[in-house]
Design a protein around this ligand. Structure first.
Ligand code: SF4
Length: 49
């Protein structure tokens, strides 16, 4: 699995403070997607333990 980004203290994607993981890969290809560079499942960094 690859990921585009990890926000360790995110206040923009829900209530309170949280960790957000933005996993790479999407097959929907929506017309106005603001994150099309991450459609590729190999985009970003490899997730390792
Ligand atoms: S907006 Fe972008 S990332 Fe979200 S489902 Fe559509 S194509 Fe995928």
């Amino acid at each position: 699995m690859h990921y585009a980004d990890i926000k360790k203290a995110d206040i923009a994607n829900g209530l309170g403070v949280r960790v957000s993981v933005f996993v790479s890969g999407c097959t929907h290809h929506c017309k106005n997607c603001f994150n099309s560079e991450a459609w590729d499942f190999n985009y970003g960094k490899e997730f390792t333990r």
